[in-house]
Design a protein around this ligand. Sequence first.
Ligand code: NI
Length: 236
Amino acid sequence: MVERGKRLAILKVARLGHPVLRQVASAVKPEAIREAETQRLIDDMIETMRDYDGVGIAAPQVHVSKQIAVIEAKGSRRYPDAPDIQLTVLINLEVTPLGPELEDDWEGCLSLNDFRGLTPRYQQVRAKALDREGRPVEFVATGFHARVLQHERDHLLGKVFIDRMPTLKRSRIWRSIRATGAVRKTHCKADKVSRRGRRLVCSLRGRAGPAPMHGLTWRIEIALPSLCSAPSSRSV
Ligand code: NI
């Protein structure tokens, strides 16, 4: 067993618009996994995920651009229908789809407070990673478990779930953002066409609401834009 410190901290979660969420995270060297700093980060990520009632969190979401993610689902209020997922620490996570089948479900993210969207994900995947002791782990996951893994893997690649959503009218994005009450005024700066298809580029200025948005200008780029309200709050 690795010795772990007693101190636990709830870390501040980066919100969409912070550049750390758009960086490709660095792989963790196997010899660094047992270091106290890494172990403490893992403990704090677990504590933060539980405190926010998430079912997963990736290190970039707590402002650390390293390939570390933790997942767990156990009687989550955000996911009342979710199957249990045991606490799993995933370092240098790789996720490979097993088959072409995609499944739509409502998805959210602790970094996009109050935004949910119907997001297609591969139905079955193989996950490969190192655990917190540096041992290789490999398993196959389906359904919700597979969705959570793909969501966290995306964070390590600088992606968020809205990048995976199919096209809908952009006006729905504004309505969803404004409905949160976090932004009183929004400005659409541009609506570009990129090589990968339609890409919406917008700037949002927070005039009121939660501190993470207050006074900030966010530039959000959304490939194949779609954002709508789900019937219940679900965040990964
Ligand atoms: Ni997320």
